[in-house]
Design a protein around this ligand. Structure first.
Ligand SMILES: NC(=O)c1ccc[n+]([C@@H]2O[C@H](COP(=O)([O-])OP(=O)(O)OC[C@H]3O[C@@H](n4cnc5c(N)ncnc54)[C@H](O)[C@@H]3O)[C@@H](O)[C@H]2O)c1
Length: 342
């Protein structure tokens, strides 16, 4: 730890998600301070440093590792770089927060977990729904036994935007199962308190038929059925390019009750007009819906380092979500249920 006694943080990767983390740390996370930024793009680095008033910048993540002011790194590079950056950070004794998806394979996850463990540094993965007030409240209700035993968990995520070019190539993106549903898989594991035994996914391309010739495996809508080791049934659906807004909801059915999380509305305002119509604004983005969750996630990471306790979302959680994305995609492409192999 630096003499300042606060955790010195460097955000590596200052793109869409990186700037959420960087702004949170720059705005003040108790016990931490943003000491540096790193990005391989000179333009992104310059823009981030000037917006946040951060003086120390790095264009190569390897140089961050030699900086004694940096106690922890927040890894928000494209997913393919996560394993390299996390291993370098851990070997340099830096604590690690790594965005989801944790890596590109289960083998990479194992490496990252083992390097962090051997170096004695924390490793937390970016499933921010676990820090969302409503998702947490539902977890407390489930654990309190108010709805009896959990029987069925449904979770959905729909994204509004047109897919970027690389997302049509599912060997690179995994499609919506990877792009949006890894969060749902994590929520299901968290609520079910169990691991998945079998997974069956069905998907189709409904909104971009003009891309079907070039990308025959691309799908924009998927339904996934999961069976947990403890008998709980899971249902997940995912969609990209829905255009109506960002939509993330969950529902848990117990033997004695039910708990629902989330709504489609941006806020609680509903306008009633003549003609008997009701209208309400839709949620524009994950950045808006989970703004507070990202801030709480950062506070939790800093607390886990300073208090030397286990992160609330571990490398193992990151690995298990990745395995469900992998086996879900296999099921979709092979048109059959798959026995999940951890
Ligand atoms: N928790 C969430 O809900 C959530 C949301 C969005 C993205 N993500 C994840 O965050 C990561 C980043 O996604 P994004 O949408 O912000 O991407 P992005 O393309 O907007 O940003 C990535 C940034 O990393 C920089 N970069 C690339 N290679 C680098 C390197 N070797 N060293 C340093 N910087 C490098 C790029 O220049 C860019 O600024 C991905 O893993 C993504 O899946 C998570």
């Amino acid at each position: 730890m630096t003499q300042d006694k606060r955790l010195g943080v460097c955000v590596i990767g200052c793109g869409r998600a990186g700037m959420i983390h960087a702004r949170n740390y720059a705005g003040g996370v108790r016990g931490a301070r943003l000491v540096a930024l790193c990005d391989s793009s000179a333009d992104n680095l310059r823009a981030a440093a000037s917006e946040l008033g951060v003086e120390k910048t790095y264009s190569d993540y390897r140089d961050v590792m030699a900086d004694p002011d940096v106690d922890a790194v927040v890894v928000v590079t494209p997913t393919g770089m996560h394993c390299h950056v996390v291993k370098a950070a851990a070997k340099a004794g830096k604590h690690v927060f790594c965005e989801k998806p944790m890596a590109t394979s289960a083998a990479e996850c194992d490496e990252m977990i083992s390097v962090c463990k051997n170096a004695g540094v924390k490793l937390q993965i970016g499933f921010m729904r676990r820090f969302d007030k409503s998702f947490r409240h539902a977890k407390e209700v489930i654990d309190s036994g108010q709805i009896g035993d959990v029987t069925l968990i449904k979770s959905l995520t729909h994204g509004p935007s047109e897919p970027k070019e690389w997302m049509f190539d599912i060997s690179r993106s995994s499609g919506p199962i990877g792009e949006v549903n890894s969060h749902d898989f994590d929520t299901l594991r968290w609520y079910a308190d169990s691991e998945v035994k079998t997974i069956h996914a069905i998907g189709h391309n409904f909104r971009s038929p003009e891309r079907a010739e070039e990308y025959p495996d691309y799908y924009d809508t998927v339904a996934v059925l999961l069976e947990f080791e403890n008998g709980v049934i899971g249902m997940v659906d995912g969609a990209q390019y829905v255009q109506y807004g960002y939509d993330a909801r969950a529902e848990v059915l117990g033997t004695k009750g039910n708990v629902c999380v989330g709504a489609q509305n941006a806020d609680s305002v509903v306008v009633a007009r003549a003609g008997m119509t009701l209208s309400s604004a839709a949620m524009p983005s994950w950045r808006t819906l989970f703004r507070d969750a990202y801030a709480e996630e950062a506070r939790s990471f800093v607390r886990c380092v300073l208090d030397d306790v286990e992160p609330e979302v571990t490398g193992y959680d990151g690995k298990m979500a990745l395995i469900l994305v992998r086996d879900g995609l296999r099921s979709l492409l092979e048109h059959r249920p798959i026995a999940v192999e951890a």
